[in-house]
Design a protein around this ligand. Structure first.
Ligand code: HEC
Ligand code: HEC
Ligand code: HEC
Ligand code: HEC
Ligand code: HEC
Ligand code: HEC
Length: 325
């Protein structure tokens, strides 16, 4: 054996000794964490290894809204914890609650991170990439409306409206500039519910035909930016060159401008392109308030410009424009 190698072997021996002692003492001294985990069977290395299995996803996630948004800080409040804190979400799922049933805030809120969506560090094996939940979601703002969208049901737990529009004696009280269904009602849009007024919605073809709904379009090839991918559309829309298939987004944009102008003219909507638009506080007749609600639901909150549910989106926009004439 060359003299150079001797110290290396001694060094390795010391490291192995430390590992054995370390694992043994962890088993004895620490009865709360990692108990019973056999660190020599390579399970940690299923994920913690020199591939980009974690870092490759972390990089894209860290630039997404889940990784950059600041609203997670609202997770300290019980009303917001179930959707805004990753840890609060995991606790809510484990307890079988809906977001409105959560009773305590999360004192240490986290972003919607790896642990929120995956079962990280539960079995300490590659099994832990499984999703936190894919059970169908009863949308709590409605009676008897269930989102059963395969893996996309994970997303629907948080991406659902918090309320429907309420009228009293034909009058609607628009109580704040944040009035509306709340951000992220995409699951309801896919199902054709959540708008106001008398348009009868139906589930979108994308709810019926796209197997894992949100995940198929927004997490195509495990894309962790959570932005939709054109490649996901090509399976069914062979010739698509962008998301504006059959000009649906262009058409929706035109209706949006028309509705926006009508609402601004009525003094119900205020703002500009640069800073965005928000509702004007006041009491309005139900049909006009419904037009305002639908503007918020479609433009400010859903954000797909018709892709999630083209016929429901167009139906709501047309009836809203008509209600203001
Ligand atoms: C299913 C894959 C997976 C397995 C198996 C796994 N981990 Fe992790 N681990 C992760 C992920 C994902 C993170 C968070 C990474 C991030 O935030 O970017 C993490 C983070 C960590 C961290 C950083 C601190 C923390 O908790 O965030 C440590 C330490 C760690 N793991 C140790 C272990 C040990 C020890 C084992 C085996 C007993 C193990 N992990 C098994 C996926 C795994
Ligand atoms: C734990 C709740 C939760 C889950 C689960 C969740 N999201 Fe989100 N999502 C949020 C929140 C909260 C934000 C906004 C973050 C902020 O602004 O701080 C967001 C933001 C987004 C955005 C960015 C929206 C924008 O305005 O740019 C997209 C896209 C998105 N989510 C898609 C998904 C998809 C797809 C899934 C399922 C794979 C999913 N989300 C699962 C809570 C969640
Ligand atoms: C049912 C789940 C849910 C609950 C409960 C919830 N939110 Fe959200 N919130 C979301 C989702 C999803 C988004 C991101 C939507 C998107 O960007 O499409 C979001 C976005 C936000 C944003 C960012 C808006 C923006 O445009 O940057 C704020 C602020 C916010 N929520 C505040 C709150 C507060 C405060 C509470 C508690 C009073 C709360 N939310 C409760 C799901 C929820
Ligand atoms: C908003 C939810 C969400 C978040 C946050 C999230 N993931 Fe994922 N991840 C998914 C979905 C959905 C899939 C695709 C479905 C599947 O393969 O089970 C997936 C797939 C994966 C896969 C492929 C798993 C397999 O079995 O092949 C890896 C690896 C992964 N994610 C790592 C991460 C890491 C690391 C983080 C944190 C930096 C993270 N994810 C954060 C939703 C999420
Ligand atoms: C058929 C594919 C498809 C399905 C299914 C789908 N989306 Fe989308 N989504 C899109 C497209 C396309 C856009 C518009 C992107 C654009 O115009 O830039 C979009 C827009 C969004 C936005 C707004 C993004 C932004 O930057 O403002 C969010 C958030 C979102 N989707 C979440 C979801 C959630 C949650 C689900 C499931 C409940 C879902 N989507 C289902 C394709 C899909
Ligand atoms: C699993 C199949 C499937 C996938 C994937 C899919 N779609 Fe669709 N899409 C359909 C079906 C079915 C229809 C209804 C039939 C039609 O009008 O062509 C439809 C209709 C549409 C419409 C309305 C067209 C119209 O004339 O009313 C738009 C817009 C659209 N899809 C966009 C997208 C985008 C963007 C993606 C990718 C992000 C996508 N679709 C992914 C199956 C799919």
């Amino acid at each position: 054996m060359s003299k150079k190698l001797v110290p290396i072997f001694v060094g390795l021996g010391l490291i192995m000794l430390t590992l054995v002692v370390g694992v043994a003492s962890a088993d004895v001294a620490d009865d709360t964490v990692h108990l019973g985990v056999n660190q020599s069977d390579g399970a940690c290395a299923d994920c913690h290894n020199d591939t980009t299995i974690i870092t490759g996803k972390h990089t894209a996630w860290a630039e997404s809204m889940h990784g950059t948004g600041t609203a997670y800080a609202r997770g300290t409040s019980a009303d917001c914890a179930g959707c805004h804190s990753g840890g609060g979400f995991s606790a809510m799922v484990a307890a079988g609650l809906t977001p409105d049933e959560v009773e305590t805030g999360d004192p240490n809120p986290t972003r919607q991170d790896c642990r929120a969506c995956h079962n990280i560090h539960t079995t300490y094996t590659a099994e832990d990439w499984s999703l936190e939940t894919t059970d169908p979601v009863d949308l709590y703002a409605f009676e008897d409306v269930t989102f059963d969208g395969g893996d996309g049901s994970l997303c629907a737990n948080c991406h659902q409206p918090r309320r429907q529009m309420e009228a009293e004696d034909g009058i609607v009280n628009v109580s704040s500039t944040h009035w509306g269904p709340h951000h992220g009602p995409q699951s309801a849009m896919l199902l054709g519910v959540g708008g106001a007024g008398d348009v009868e919605g139906g589930a979108s073809d994308h709810y019926d035909w796209v197997e894992d709904t949100c995940v198929t379009c927004h997490v195509a090839n495990d894309n962790h930016s959570f932005e939709p991918s054109l490649s996901a559309c090509l399976e069914c829309h062979e010739d698509a060159e962008n998301f504006d298939i059959e000009g649906v987004q262009t058409g929706v944009d035109e209706l949006i401008v028309e509705l926006q102008e009508a609402l601004v003219a009525k003094g119900m909507l205020d703002g500009d392109e640069e800073h965005g638009f928000h509702p004007v506080v006041g009491e309005y007749p139900e049909a006009e308030a419904a037009a305002l609600w639908n503007y918020i639901f479609i433009v400010i909150e859903d954000g797909s410009r018709g892709v999630h549910n083209a016929s429901y989106t167009i139906g709501l926009l047309e009836s809203s424009i008509a209600a203001l004439q």
